[in-house]
Design a protein around this ligand. Structure first.
Ligand code: GDP
Ligand code: IMO
Ligand code: MG
Length: 443
């Protein structure tokens, strides 16, 4: 237990470009929106590269510096740091239109964005208008509603898996692009016309649009795997920024209410690459309570005034779609499962400030399921059918007292750390970049 060291946190804190730790991943450990953007931005000054390796612009990562708020959907959260090179690696599904808007928005804020500090993999699969239409129409109909972000993520990954996806490199040759789009459209046209009865852009319109966007992206296009390979050989430091959270992972998450990528740490190896190395630290980002946006089971969901107040005080509205995030208690069976399935080695706990003055608190210790006690969730466990059991905690009155964690807050956090079995190395207590305490070396 390391909270006694809080006073000396700056001396203790020793991730720096001079230190030996070379590779770290930031992984959302719940259902997304844990505060990955803020934590990634903070660490970017200690790393040479920040890499997105999965997902797409379904992500919404918020960074607040002073009074200036930036929400990033596709560009890595290292971009605000001028000395850090941001990479969008091949595991990301890439919407060039959103990329262009985001680059221009950053430039309008006088943030340097050039092909020197931002690169996109030539091998990213492209999200076309057809993918977005399909995602939106499917999710608005029928009983299989997942509550997606409507950004075309699922359909784009489908085309990748069926090996008919269009890659960024294809956008640079109009004839190849037209040919590949034609193949993709042939099947989707049947769905648009016969099943859903919706309008869609013609092959020519879509070809022209994507070709023109391709010209915009061209200066940023690189083989990011080779960049990472070279960087590792040169002993550079690489930070991998996850999107979404482990419980939304296509394999480990609450299927079918998940996203379509590997959000867990395994995605680093396939979606970006880490040649010759392993992750030296996998920092799981946990909110001090739980939230979920979209459909799907949520065992510890709080229904009633207390949950509504936490939702309001925590501004729990989606950074991508503006939808309300449901709020619940911390859930140890899911926390332990996320740690195991992503091999999380340390915790960054965010939004502890939101739990101050919210009345007595609870943490779910275990579930009862078909007469059995479940302390750690596992793939396929039917979360609709579990009964959560709780440990009670008194109301928290402050995050800090005399520069130490206030004792009741300390107890809440300490219990979590003991149960998780890995150290809580940092705590975020506000949305701004500076509202962060380091409790233990990140190595
Ligand atoms: P991400 O998707 O994991 O990057 O998280 P989001 O940006 O979607 O949502 C996290 C929200 O919480 C953002 O509005 C952040 O500005 C905010 N935030 C992050 N850490 C803290 C914290 O410690 N306290 C408070 N009050 N807000 C935080
Ligand atoms: P960040 O990176 C929270 C959720 C959607 C839906 C499910 C599938 O900001 O944490 P999709 O559009 O991916 O097919 O939707 O996943 N979802 C997120 N929830 N944060 C996110 O990203 C999310 N990205 C997708 O709400 O339930
Ligand atoms: Mg988010």
């Amino acid at each position: 237990m390391t909270f006694h060291s809080l006073k000396n946190y700056e001396i203790l804190y020793s991730v720096s470009k001079g230190r030996h730790m070379q590779t770290m991943a930031i992984i959302g450990a719940q259902w997304g929106d844990e505060g990955k953007g803020k934590i990634t931005d903070y660490f970017s000054k200690y790393f040479d590269y920040v890499v997105r390796f999965q997902g797409g612009n379904n992500a919404g990562h918020t960074i607040i510096v002073g009074e200036e708020k930036t929400v990033l959907h596709i560009i890595p959260s290292g971009i605000l740091n001028p000395n850090c090179h941001s990479l969008i690696a091949h595991g990301v599904v890439f919407n060039p239109e959103v990329f262009k808007i985001e680059v221009e928005n950053l430039k309008a804020k006088n943030i340097s964005v050039t092909h020197e500090n931002l690169s996109v993999s030539l091998h990213c699969n492209i999200i076309t208008s057809y993918h977005q239409l399909l995602d939106q129409i499917r999710d608005s109909k029928g009983s299989q509603k997942i509550g997606t972000t409507g950004k075309g993520i699922g359909p784009a990954y489908e085309d990748r898996s069926s090996r008919r996806g269009i890659k960024l490199i294809d956008l640079f040759d109009k004839e190849i692009l037209r040919k590949k789009l034609k193949r993709v459209l042939a099947e989707k046209e049947i769905l648009f016309k016969s099943l859903y009865n919706i309008d869609y852009p013609s092959l020519e319109e879509e070809t022209e649009k994507l070709f023109s966007l391709g010209q915009y992206v061209f200066p940023f296009a690189q083989d990011t795997f080779s960049i990472i390979d070279k960087a590792i050989q040169e002993n550079k430091k690489i930070l991998y920024e996850g999107a979404q959270g482990v419980l939304l992972d296509i394999d480990y998450g609450t299927f079918p209410f998940v996203t379509s990528s590997n959000t867990s740490a395994g995605g680093v190896y396939t979606g970006a690459g880490l040649p010759g190395k392993n992750l030296e630290e996998t920092l799981g980002i946990f909110k001090a309570y739980t939230t979920r946006v979209g459909e799907g089971p949520f065992p510890t969901e709080m229904k009633g005034a207390q949950g509504e107040k936490i939702q309001k005080d925590g501004h729990e509205f989606g950074a991508t779609t503006g939808r309300t995030r449901k709020v619940g208690w911390l859930d140890l069976p899911l926390i332990k499962y996320a740690i195991k399935s992503s091999n999380i080695t340390a915790i960054a706990l965010t939004k502890i400030d939101i739990l101050i003055n919210q009345g007595p608190l609870k943490i779910c210790t275990h579930y009862e399921y078909e007469g059995k006690k479940i302390e750690v969730a596992y793939p396929g466990l039917d979360l609709e059918k579990v009964t959560p059991h709780y440990k009670d905690f008194p109301e928290l009155s402050a995050v800090f007292e005399n520069e130490e964690l206030e004792s009741k807050t300390h107890n809440y956090i300490k219990y979590l750390e003991e149960q998780a079995g890995i150290p809580i190395k940092m705590i975020a207590y506000g949305p701004r970049r500076s509202e962060l305490k380091i409790l233990q070396d990140i190595v």
